[in-house]
Design a protein around this ligand. Structure first.
Ligand code: HMG
Ligand code: MG
Length: 397
């Protein structure tokens, strides 16, 4: 099944803006350096799939986040269709100067509701972080840029435990006061549950940060991100942060795993009849292609379901594209609804990259071999419903 059956539910907005963070929050956590051209192609694929706000990169210290050291070059390479915006994360004046030189049109400053994460992420306490963000926000607005603010660790902190709602409201209010048009409420480690989301958003609303002024940013560590998003929509939120393919995490909070996957979000919103403007097949094709480039399967359930269901295709060079039957690039032999790149041999509804041999509904990357509903990366072999990474072998479930 390639699309959900539409059943509307009461109390939801007709339209939701997806604020895509895959190229920034997703890639910042990748241990191996992703080539600049791959990043640019990833962003272009997201835009082609209909995403209109794509947080493209960070102008943070390259020593702290080497993966995004190419921010200046990346921004210069991106297509600029009308209506598309590429916000970038900026921690301080040095970052803003770089972002302005690179032609950024939106910036996001970031703070934390907890002292420990503020120190780990930005090397200073909450008050000092806000003092560092303020001149960035003020100068960015004077330069005609839009400014967003993030608050991390709003629902729990790995070092400090529970987080007081009053602290979240205080930090969000201070970000709004310095000129952030929207404040994104972060569940950095993915521990929130829907009742807590209601409580935090109600408290923010009471402080004047509701409706379009607030966005939600859920990581999916405990599998709660979609339930929490639905709760947020019921509270009147209309901007939801998500990451294509469910990539993501924060290098400075090890318990942070991938963000809410954009595909999982789009599937739910399509089913609820809520408009996002996103073409799910095209998005899945982009995330499947990137999963091949990164050498492991996407954690998104919808990407896994639709990629092995054969609904996402690509062109002959393995670039993301729209649904297509058999495609293959550079020595690939493909049949049926298969996609293959490089020396892959793929048949049936399979996708394979590099030296993979995959058949039936399998996905394989690296030297993987898979049959049945198997997914494999690197030197994995899988049969039946197996998933394998590294030198794994899996059979059946
Ligand atoms: P610092 O070491 O205290 O910086 O880092 P400094 O001001 O002392 O400067 C040290 C050197 O870094 C100097 O160079 C500066 O010029 C340079 P030197 O003189 O030694 O040659 N420098 C810079 N270079 C390039 N761009 C810059 C920059 N700033 C200083 N912007 C700093 C302080 C804030 C820079 C550092 O802590 C940092 O970059 N932190 C960023 C961490 C980060 O990116 N975390 C992940 C993003 S946040 C997140 O993922 C959470 C979120 O998704 C929401 C959620 O999930 O909750 C948003
Ligand atoms: Mg995040």
């Amino acid at each position: 099944m390639r699309n959900p059956t539409v059943h509307r539910a009461p109390g939801l907005p007709p339209q939701v803006t997806i604020y895509e963070v895959g190229p920034r929050d997703g890639l910042q956590n990748e241990p191996a350096l992703v080539p600049l051209a791959t990043k640019a192609r990833f962003v272009a694929g997201l835009v082609a799939a209909g995403l209109r706000t794509v947080e493209a990169t960070s102008f943070v210290s390259p020593r702290w986040v080497p993966q995004l050291a190419d921010a200046d070059q990346l921004l210069a390479m991106l297509p600029r269709p009308a209506g598309v915006r590429y916000p970038v994360l900026v921690p301080n004046r040095a970052g803003l100067d770089r972002a302005l030189r690179a032609g950024a049109d939106d910036v996001a400053v970031f703070a934390s509701a907890t002292e420990t994460f503020a120190r780990r992420n930005l090397g200073r306490g909450v008050d000092e972080v806000l003092a560092m963000a303020e001149p960035v926000a003020v100068q960015a607005r004077l330069s005609g840029l839009r400014v967003r603010g993030y608050v991390s660790m709003c629902f729990g902190d790995p070092w400090e435990g529970d987080v007081a709602v009053a602290k979240v409201v205080e930090v969000a209010t201070r970000l709004a006061a310095m000129g952030c048009e929207q404040v994104s409420i972060g569940d950095t480690i993915g521990v929130a549950t829907p009742g807590q989301v209601h409580d935090v958003l109600d408290a923010l609303d009471g402080a004047g940060i509701g409706g379009r002024r607030v966005a939600v940013h859920f990581h999916d560590t405990y599998g709660q991100a979609l339930a929490n998003t639905l709760a947020a929509l019921q509270c009147g939120v209309t901007t939801v942060d998500a990451s294509a393919g469910g990539l993501g995490g924060c290098p400075f909070a090890r318990s942070a795993t991938g963000n809410l996957a954009t595909e999982d979000l789009v599937w739910m919103l399509d089913g609820l009849g809520v408009d996002t403007g996103v073409d799910l097949d095209a998005l899945v094709a982009t995330s499947s292609w990137l999963a091949g480039e990164l050498g492991r399967p996407s954690p998104s359930r919808v990407v896994q379901a639709l990629a092995v269901d054969g609904s996402a295709g690509g062109d002959r060079t393995g670039q993301p594209g729209t649904a297509a039957p058999a495609t293959g690039g550079s020595g690939a032999e493909v049949t049926g609804r298969a996609m293959g790149t490089d020396r892959a041999e793929v048949t049936g509804r399979a996708m394979g990259t590099d030296r993979a041999e995959v058949t039936d509904r399998a996905m394989g990357t690296g030297r993987a071999m898979g049959t049945g509903r198997a997914m494999g990366t690197d030197r994995a072999m899988g049969t039946g419903r197996a998933m394998g990474t590294g030198r794994a072998m899996g059979a059946d479930r």
